[in-house]
Design a protein around this ligand. Sequence first.
Ligand code: SDX
Length: 436
Amino acid sequence: MTQESSPAPDNQTLTITDNRTGKTYEVPITHDTIRAMDLRAIKVKDTDFGLMTYDPAFMNTASTRSRITYISGSQGILRYRGYPIEQLAEHSSFLETASLLLDGELPKRGALDSFTHQITNHTMVHENIREFIDAFRYDAHPMGILTSTVAALSTFYPDAKDLDDPAVRRLQILRIIAKMPTLAAYAYRHRRGLPYVYPDNDLSYSGNFLNMLFKMTEVKYQPNPIIEKALDVLFILHADHEQNCSTTAMRGVGSSGVDPYSALAASCAALYGPLHGGANEAVVRMLTEIGSVKNIASYVERAKAGEVRLMGFGHRVYKNYDPRAKVIKKLAYMVFDEVGKNPLVDIAVALEKIALEDEYFVSRKLYPNVDFYSGLIYQSMGLPMDLFPVLFAIGRTPGWLAQWEEMLTDPEQKIARPRQIYLGEDKRDFVPMVDR
Ligand code: SDX
């Protein structure tokens, strides 16, 4: 038992016998985990390093203790600070949810108004950022633009490095949440060869995002309230998801003490991957490739043969239906009623039905995840496929920042630096070129 861990209550221990030495060790169990550092006491020789755990992709490793988001993979539960995602999607707004994730409680009216006012007044970016985005090729992927531009923001805020000051952290958090939609919209407008639209502070967070995306020659953009609401709910559904790949990047990179813009750029890069936030784009490309309900059976056979993956299916944690996918599926029909039905949804619904009855997927507990239907909604809103991961990033930003700040203020955390099992060559001498 290491000195920093308190004595375990009765029987909450693991007794380990090392058969190499016959020694036994009592290791405390807390929260159904043992401290990996407690295994270092298990040695053959006193000079040994001691035992480590080996856990590629962290399949069974808790990297932190957190109070932000709870997920139950078996029951399909997702709660932000204890509130079920279904209730937040129904009753909350994205900025209220962002405040909840950051501060741990639903804000009172005055606090929410103040948070909203501050976010609204940080939506503009330095004109150099506009010129920076202009330098990208017309067909640059928006996630590549977003990832680069978020990192570039760090060069405009040198004050962001004083991370021990809560006020400095809060100012960067406000700036980043406020500016993500601006960067996203600029990337979209650059792609379309359209002039950038500056923020309209009269509009809501999601309404202003639609304004910066779609405003043309009208004097004042009026967002469609159905689309504005649907987008706000989608941002809520994406706001956090405990220790997913991109949040692990935020915590890992942030643990070096770097500013949050640089750490968040690493999160955007992780989210860009097709196995993570890039899946919503990949789902629509997959459904487009399938093309018709009659082609589903053959595509499913290819997935079962391992030739392709059913994008938008499966999850490291959820071994039940992703609760967000249920909400998104209902939201999709609300949007389709307003803008017309996305023809791909018939293929998606038929594919889901077939997969949920097929032993290959049932036995592997592969269900639709958050990405399966979200892209269909974005596409129906008139957004291009390669912007979908960018929309995921906007939603996930408060979660990344809440997790980042929890890491910084956790006395147990320090710079992340895992160990390894070395299987390479033993010591050998340099070989001159003539002798190779
Ligand atoms: C997100 O972590 C998070 O919380 C992420 C996220 C968040 O909010 O942050 O929820 C958002 O990233 C959702 C996931 C989006 N990605 C996809 O939809 C891509 C398709 N799904 C996968 O590639 C996969 O399911 C993962 C990456 C999501 C999970 O992968 P795991 O847990 O590492 O599972 P695995 O790859 O080990 O698969 C287990 C088995 C394998 O078969 P066997 O080798 O055992 O025979 O299931 C199969 C896999 O081949 N499998 C699939 C499949 N997903 C897993 N087979 C076909 N289609 C799939 N989609």
